[in-house]
Design a protein around this ligand. Structure first.
Ligand code: UT7
Length: 325
């Protein structure tokens, strides 16, 4: 019997032109490049131009992924944009991307799971494909977090950046007994009891303003490694694989120390970890597809590789996606 599996057919990303270094930040708030590098690993981040919205970043990344996959915009059944920085409260940023791409036959919606948005969106895409409800899905993580930051708060404004990454997911039939390609397992979690530890202090129904990002960094840090390790261990158990079987570990890029501590706890060789946090900062839902694109384009990720994606963020939300490239 044939089963449908969700396979990554192409990947693309986009970083805005403007680069903000740690030294640039030290002119705005009371900080130093040494502190930022030592505590986070971040050296610089990209900032969207005034006339660039999240959908603009997403559209460039999407076009690059479509080109990489050799897929036309007309062939897309579904567009999912993972973002916490939509162009507007509604409609979804995904419909703006759909319009920009010139797709009129598919449907589009946003997913809001903050930094875990991309693994949530990949999980939804996997479910649609397995159920036979879509054959070609564009999954995008896109953010303009610079618009949500309090640029007087040194504890948060040094951490984030803007960017977008996208993958084209396609249904691929697999016969029983054949080696599996594509998404092997998805594990999602959330725990709203932590919602005040990382949040935006505004919104249409509460303050009628957009609000600014607030975070108890140390509290988030305290929970991150355990939560990440939990969903990665779940993925190993569900797929009968181990840390040794992994070819690449592509985590959400929030903090080098969290990434290194998670890899160590899970017994993953640090040479298998894709790290882009130094050049991108934390781009929330965009960080995994941005890192994935870097590692695919520089030749690290090859067909047949076993790749683990994971993220943890506001909510708290967290999750993992294990796939055979
Ligand atoms: O995307 C997913 C969600 N986000 C995260 O994963 C972020 C998780 N948290 C973190 O990455 C870290 O907690 C931070 C990088 C945010 C902070 O690192 P930390 O080692 O936990 O530092 P801390 O908050 O304990 O602060 C240490 C000191 C404090 O001073 P005192 O109280 O010890 O005198 C802060 O006021 O560092 C001070 N500080 C700074 N100093 C210079 C905080 N921010 C800065 C700064 N520059 N930018």
């Amino acid at each position: 019997m044939l089963k449908q599996r969700a396979v990554v057919a192409g990947v693309g990303s986009y970083l805005p032109e403007k680069v903000m270094t740690n030294d640039d930040l030290s002119k705005i708030v009371d900080t130093t490049s040494e502190w930022i590098v030592q505590r986070t690993g971040i050296e610089r981040r990209h900032i969207a131009a005034e006339d660039q919205n999240t959908s603009d970043l997403a559209t460039i990344a999407a076009n690059r992924a479509l080109e990489d996959a050799g897929v036309s915009a007309q062939d897309i059944d579904l567009i999912i944009v993972a973002t916490s920085t939509p162009d507007n409260t509604f409609p979804a940023t995904a419909v703006a991307v759909q319009h920009n791409l010139g797709n009129q036959t598919g449907y589009a919606f946003d997913v809001q799971a903050v930094c875990s948005g991309f693994v949530y969106a990949m999980t939804i895409a996997d479910s649609f494909i397995r159920a036979g409800n879509a054959e070609t899905i564009l999954v995008i993580g896109a953010e303009t977090f610079s618009r949500l930051l309090d640029w007087t708060d040194r504890t948060t404004c040094v951490l984030f950046g803007d960017g977008a990454g996208a993958v084209v997911m396609r249904a691929q039939p697999v016969a029983d007994g054949e080696p599996e390609q594509g998404i092997l397992s998805c594990h999602l979690r959330s725990d709203g009891s932590h919602k005040q530890k990382l949040y935006v202090d505004g919104g249409p129904s509460s303050t009628q303003t957009t609000g600014q990002l607030r975070m108890q960094g140390r509290e988030v840090f305290k929970h991150a490694v355990g939560m990440i390790s939990g969903v990665v261990t779940d993925a190993f158990a569900a797929s009968g694989t181990t840390a040794d079987d992994l070819t690449w570990f592509i985590p959400h890029q929030a903090n080098k120390r969290i990434i290194e501590a998670s890899a160590e706890k899970l017994g993953i060789d640090i040479n298998k970890v894709v790290m882009t946090v130094e050049g991108h900062g934390n781009t929330s839902a965009a960080s995994i597809p941005l890192a994935l694109d870097v590692a695919v384009k520089d030749g690290r990720v090859q067909r047949g590789d076993l790749v683990m994606l994971e993220a943890m963020g506001g909510g708290f939300t967290w999750g993992s996606v294990l796939l055979r490239w």
